[in-house]
Write a protein that binds this ligand. Structure first.
Ligand SMILES: Cc1cc2nc3c(=O)[nH]c(=O)nc-3n(C[C@H](O)[C@H](O)[C@H](O)COP(=O)(O)OP(=O)(O)OC[C@H]3O[C@@H](n4cnc5c(N)ncnc54)[C@H](O)[C@@H]3O)c2cc1C
Length: 441
């Protein structure tokens, strides 16, 4: 029996992982990507899997929540985690990548895969696909407006929130006499470039930051921020010391000028293998471009700062999954249509990859067996990070007004039953069992 190609809308993190995973099982895939013809929001290139903000995919520490998720993805044969490891640049315990190389590796894998037909065009509506054919919506938080609006009947409960991007600066414009390489608490190799501030320097910056002009919200849109991606000026307005307990935390460092802990500290993380650009850690912002240049130049060592990519603010779409989706990520109202990635309410690069992997495995399972269960149901999924995350996103029944994009974290796990310290061992056992079960396909 010949099986119709699976259609995937979006060649980002979730869509690319889904396409490559389906191709592994011998399925034909039509992968639709609207860039470079249609560029939404913060995208800059036509490359598949463009990372729109940080170049970090989070911690690799085996016992940390993001570390467990990465191990699970690797055990399930994630192509994107493999590509990230290949494109890795120094970042302490975090998996940081050269974003161009990362995108190039994945683009090459997709373009040369005989099972994948990459189509560079915008999908405007689900009506473009034959009834009964499998579709994965992986159009991301910056899904094109026409497509998003066309889903209005299915997404009647759509939500939105704002997210912000940190500026990237030219390494050559940093006064290196004011900066020093070190990791917090001197752990591991010295991958971060730091700038220590005394009290006067901190307040000179702080007092201008809270006054800086920002880009206003669009008419009719409320400003809702995801807590872990709060614009720095918003965070600063909460109190004059908030930054010193957040992105400007000085703990674990000595100021080379005094030998004592500085009043505040700024961390710069390398953006590429050449060390030619730095991301200012935790400085996502919605300040106007002019204000970003003015306010950042008040930081000692950044007086001549050259901003390569300005921070921006944008609308970020996602759906209320507890109401709309089955546990196998298919739509309750249309079980041949699946969702993957941030559009279903996950938050984070690896979480999007996990959504793509899971949607693909569930499509395979559904085509091979005719059953609409999630592959996670064949294991004790609460002992895995992936299972805990998708349980929250789909099954938790969390009220709409409290449903915020969620990343992998131990708050999703019953740690009284499954202690944090040994969770990675439990997860490994379950995921290996799942990988083994999937061999029958
Ligand atoms: C501004 C911003 C900053 C973020 N920063 C971080 C961060 O620093 N760290 C982190 O872990 N996570 C971050 N995220 C969250 C999230 O991890 C990323 O957005 C991630 O890329 C989501 O993966 P995805 O596959 O869901 O969507 P994407 O990777 O965005 O992929 C969706 C793809 O679909 C395409 N597309 C959209 N509509 C259509 C259409 N109608 N037809 C065809 N193609 C279409 C898009 O061009 C895109 O390539 C950020 C999100 C945003 C919006």
């Amino acid at each position: 029996m010949s099986i119709a190609a699976v259609n995937i809308i979006g060649g980002g993190l979730s869509g690319a992982e889904a396409a490559l995973s389906l191709a592994d099982y011998g399925f034909k895939v039509n992968l639709f990507e609207c860039r470079p013809g249609v560029m939404q929001g913060v995208f800059k290139t036509g490359g598949l899997c463009e990372l729109v903000c940080s170049n970090s995919l989070g911690s690799l520490k085996p016992e940390s929540a993001p570390g467990v998720l990465k191990s699970e993805l690797s055990a399930l044969g994630s192509h994107l985690i493999a590509a990230a490891l290949e494109a890795r640049v120094p970042g302490g315990q975090a998996l940081c990548v050269d974003r161009e190389k990362f995108s190039e590796i994945i683009s090459a894998k997709i373009e040369t895969n005989a099972n994948i037909n990459l189509m560079r065009r915008e999908v405007l509506s689900l009506d473009e696909f034959e009834t009964g054919s499998k579709v994965i919506i992986a159009a991301g938080p910056l899904c094109t407006p026409d497509f998003f609006n066309s889903l209005a009947d299915k997404f009647s409960d759509n939500l939105y929130f704002y997210d912000a991007v940190s500026p990237i600066i030219d390494a050559g414009s940093v006064d290196m006499s004011r900066a020093f390489w070190k990791n917090r608490y001197s752990k591991g190799s010295d991958d971060y470039l730091n700038i220590a501030l005394n009290k006067d320097e901190y307040f000179a910056f702080y007092n201008e930051l809270i006054k800086a002009k920002t880009v206003p919200a669009r008419e009719g849109e409320k400003e809702i921020y995801f807590e872990s991606c709060m614009p720095i000026e918003e965070l600063a307005r909460r109190g004059e010391h908030t930054l010193r307990f957040g992105p400007m935390k000085p703990k674990g460092f000595d100021d080379p000028r005094t030998g004592r802990m500085p009043y505040a500290l700024i961390q710069l993380r390398t953006e590429n293998s050449l060390n030619s650009a730095f991301n200012i850690v935790g400085f996502q912002t919605k300040m106007t471009f002019g204000e970003q240049a003015r306010v950042l130049a008040l930081i000692p060592g950044l007086e001549n700062v050259k901003i390569l990519r300005y921070g921006v603010i944008h609308k970020n779409n996602y759906m209320y999954s507890p109401q709309l989706l089955n546990f196998n990520l298919s739509m309750k109202s249309a079980p041949d249509i699946f969702a993957a990635g941030q559009i279903l309410g996950s938050e984070g690069y690896c979480e999007a990859i996990a959504g793509g992997k899971l949607a693909a495995l569930n499509v395979v399972h559904s085509i091979k067996t005719g059953d609409n269960k999630s592959v996670l149901e064949s294991i004790d999924y609460e002992r895995t990070m992936m299972g805990s995350l998708f349980k929250y996103l789909i099954l938790s029944g969390v009220a709409k007004k409290r449903f915020v994009p969620m990343n992998s974290n131990f708050g999703l796990v019953d740690t009284a039953k499954y202690p944090k310290e040994t969770f990675h061992e439990l997860s490994n056992e379950q995921i290996l069992k799942l990988a083994d079960l999937l061999k029958k396909y």
